[in-house]
Ligand binder design. Structure first.
Ligand SMILES: NC(=O)c1ccc[n+]([C@@H]2O[C@H](COP(=O)([O-])OP(=O)(O)OC[C@H]3O[C@@H](n4cnc5c(N)ncnc54)[C@H](OP(=O)(O)O)[C@@H]3O)[C@@H](O)[C@H]2O)c1
Length: 308
């Protein structure tokens, strides 16, 4: 046995229950959680039993008949369901004392997101929101550099063809649009890189093209473009800062996905142990929900200050 394996303490993998068996659960949640070593997939529940059965079978995990049954077999719950469904399940899981792996956006609206945060606070459980890019080394390096970069302003974009065809071109996404779906990702990155967003102006259509002009607490401004109907491949998630010292740029998609999700898995397990404190926790998700809400309201043509 290798010497480092002899020295490493044997820690049992955290049992994580997965609610949802849709495209994202199949592509990311289930394989990431099942791969270990920090977690194991303790069970799968989904609204449609046949889908839960198939996903559970693919990862040699049990399929559970109800969400309550799922809660009984795990220490943490991963939710991979639409925003309208997530708050109710998150509240039930928090009240059962489970650490939560949540999806972005937390909810369809600020009230729903606040209900999730309140339940988590009352239960004293930890949470992690799967803000995919925040788990990539390249993004973490960029945000660390941004912390000391004197920025006057910035530009950012989230552009993809997701609404044109494929798994994501359906359901709530085509009803509610790109601002709710992918807005949390890109708003999160600019809000960290340039400081908290305090006001938003906006134009466009969440089912087509949206342009945002953001004011940041530290005085910088940024322009953010969001569209999921751009027929491009690959998609783009980029942030660039500008200041007297030049520019700072990140292609947030250049990070290795497998490595990012391994980081997520490790940090979820650490959050179960510590009981909280992750920078991408539900409270962060609530802040992003407020930004998305402000951006939607700003589409009406007025400058909107972000509520706290
Ligand atoms: N972090 C990221 O980068 C990222 C990327 C993609 C997606 N996501 C998020 O992941 C979540 C899941 O996305 P998705 O693409 O897999 O598709 P989705 O349509 O948002 O969710 C599909 C899953 O939700 C279940 N579901 C739908 N309506 C339900 C209801 N009324 N009650 C209970 N369950 C319901 C479906 O159950 P059945 O099929 O079993 O009926 C299926 O398991 C979303 O919140 C999305 O925003 C995040």
């Amino acid at each position: 046995m290798a010497p480092d394996l002899l020295l490493r303490p044997a820690v049992a993998p955290v049992p994580v229950g997965l609610a949802g068996a849709g495209p994202w659960a199949r592509a990311v949640h289930a394989p990431t959680l099942a791969a270990g070593p920090e977690t194991r997939l303790a069970g799968v529940w989904s609204r449609t039993t046949a889908r839960a059965d198939a996903l559970a079978r693919a990862h040699d995990a049990p399929s559970l008949a109800s969400f309550d049954a799922l809660l009984e077999v795990c220490d943490a719950v991963a939710l991979a369901v639409p925003p309208a469904v997530q708050p109710e399940l998150a509240v039930r899981a928090a009240r059962a004392g489970k650490t939560l792996l949540l999806e972005k956006p937390l909810a369809p609206d600020v009230d729903g997101a606040r209900r999730v945060v309140d339940a988590i606070d009352e239960a004293g459980v930890g949470s992690v929101v799967l803000l995919t890019y925040r788990f990539a080394d390249v993004v973490r390096d960029f945000l660390a550099a941004a912390d000391t970069f004197d920025a006057t302003g910035g530009r950012a974009c989230f552009l993809s063809s997701a609404f044109l065809s494929g798994d994501f071109a359906a359901g709530w996404r085509l009803e509610q649009g790109a601002l709710l779906d992918v807005g949390p990702h890109i708003l999160d990155l600019v809000d960290v890189a340039l400081g908290p967003v305090v006001a938003v102006q906006a134009g466009g259509d969440p089912l087509g093209w949206v342009g945002l002009l953001l004011e940041h607490e530290r005085g910088a401004r940024s322009e953010v473009t969001i569209s999921c109907t751009a027929g491009i491949d690959p998609s783009r998630t980029e942030v660039e800062l500008f200041g007297p010292g030049g520019t700072l740029f990140v292609d947030a998609r250049s990070g290795a996905r497998a490595r990012s999700f391994a980081t997520l898995r490790r940090e979820l397990a650490e959050t179960v142990q510590s009981g909280g404190g992750h920078p991408c926790d539900a409270r962060r998700g609530l802040h992003l929900q407020r930004l998305v809400d402000a951006a939607h309201r700003a589409l009406g043509g007025t400058r909107v200050e972000v509520s706290t």
